[in-house]
Unconditional design. Structure first.
Length: 123
C-alpha cells in the first residue's frame, strides 16, 4: 500500500478505495498493445490480481509490481469494445487499453466485485 499512498490520499480514492483496488480481480480479455497498456495501468494502480490469456503478458504485470498476482487462462473473456475516432491503430489500441484499465479501477473503488465484470471478465 505504501507504493500507492498518493492515490490513497485522493478524496476520490481514499484508503478504503485503495484497499478495494488491492482486492480486485480483473480479467484482461485483450491482446497486443491494448492488453499491455491495460496491464500496466492495473498493476501500477495496485490491482490485486490480473488474469491474462498470454503468459508473456503476465511478465509485464510482474515487472510493474511483483506483488500483483497474475493468472494465465486461455479462456479469459473478450474485453468489451470501445470505439474511438482515431485513425492511427496504435493510438486506438493504446486508448482502448487505458479505458479498459480505468473503468476497472473506477469500478473497484466504487463497489468491490464489479471491476472484473467491467473489464470483460469475472470478479
Amino acid at each position: 500500500m505504501d507504493r500507492h499512498i498518493r492515490q490513497a490520499r485522493l478524496a476520490e480514492v481514499g484508503a478504503a478505495g485503495q484497499a478495494r483496488i488491492g482486492r480486485a480481480v480483473v480479467d484482461v480479455g485483450a491482446s497486443g498493445l491494448e492488453a499491455d497498456v491495460a496491464i500496466r495501468y492495473l498493476a501500477g494502480g495496485g490491482v490485486g490480481q490480473v488474469n491474462v490469456r498470454d503468459a508473456a503478458l503476465a511478465d509485464v504485470a510482474r515487472h510493474i509490481d511483483p506483488a500483483v498476482r497474475v493468472g494465465v487462462d486461455a479462456n479469459v473473456a473478450d474485453a468489451p469494445t470501445t470505439s474511438f475516432d482515431l485513425r492511427d491503430p496504435v493510438a486506438r489500441a493504446f486508448a482502448r487499453g487505458a479505458v479498459l484499465a480505468l473503468r476497472a479501477l473506477r469500478a473497484a473503488i466504487a463497489a468491490e466485485g464489479v471491476a472484473g465484470a467491467l473489464a470483460g471478465g469475472r470478479s
